[in-house]
Design a protein. Structure first.
Length: 265
């Protein structure tokens, strides 16, 4: 409104503006020029005279809570209310896509049924490098969800086609997705400590996609369990590691073990 005043923080100093028409750009700012110096991995925003803030950034929101983090960062950095910040849809003509570097580790314990090839995830312990987390609950949910999604990708989600080349797994009854029963019975997630990332916004890192790859530990734990039924050696196991594939891998391991035992007699 005309005559209204608002304040924000700029370069550590509090700035107050009053008596200006609303929705008139007051200040354009850009943070973190990025690895190439070409607006990569940065956020660009406009502060309007009515106190609202418009932010463009280079990340892609895919349900991982990125817009929530960006709003919190902008509100905290500028010292304005959270509802005063509006995050715009990602556009590469505004800000280039962002590249992230994150690390993680996982240890998974599984149990397989030697008669049916089915398996259970008994325990999973995950350690994720999130830098200085801006939103710990968002990061925790993304790590847990990404891991379970990855476990489904590597053990359940099999694509099949019929003789005419049409998808045979095109519905919920034929394409199996991970559900509550695929969750690890014991599930621990920890953030790497003292992992602040220099040169990035608030020292934080992305957690949307990296945890998905930690589910490779599920497939490799299944491979180790299959090996225990045989005499060691290489275990061939394609992905996804469905019960059928586990069963046939078990059969091969048993035959190999029997052949070796007979050769030693």
């Amino acid at each position: 409104m005309d005559g209204a005043s608002f304040g924000f923080t700029l370069n550590g100093e509090r700035v107050t503006v009053s008596g200006a028409p609303p929705q008139t750009p007051l200040l354009s700012y850009i943070r973190s020029p990025g690895l190439t110096g070409a607006k990569e991995g940065c956020a660009e925003g406009i502060v309007y005279r009515d106190g609202s803030v418009q932010v463009n950034h280079g990340g892609v929101e895919m349900g991982q809570g990125l817009h929530t983090k960006i709003r919190e960062i902008a509100a905290r950095r500028l010292g304005v209310r959270l509802d005063a910040v509006r995050v715009m849809a990602t556009r590469t003509d505004k800000v280039l896509n962002t590249a992230y570097f994150a690390y993680g580790a996982a240890v998974t314990e599984v149990e397989i049924d030697g008669f049916t090839g089915s398996h259970r995830i008994l325990r999973a312990d995950l350690l994720e490098d999130v830098g200085d987390s801006v939103a710990p609950l968002v990061d925790l949910g993304q790590i847990e969800g990404g891991f379970v999604q990855g476990a489904g990708w590597l053990t359940l989600e099999e694509l099949l086609w019929d003789a005419n080349g049409r998808p045979a797994t095109d519905g919920a009854s034929t394409y199996k997705l991970p559900s509550w029963t695929e969750m690890p019975e014991v599930f621990h997630v920890a953030f790497l400590e003292r992992a602040s990332e220099p040169g990035v916004v608030f020292g934080s890192k992305a957690t949307g996609e990296p945890p998905l790859m930690l589910a490779i530990s599920v497939r490799e734990a299944i491979r180790d369990a299959i090996r225990a039924f045989g005499a060691g050696g290489v275990v061939e196991l394609d992905s996804p590691a469905t019960p059928e594939r586990i069963f046939f891998a078990l059969e091969k391991a048993r035959v190999r073990a029997l052949t070796l035992a007979q050769a030693l007699v």
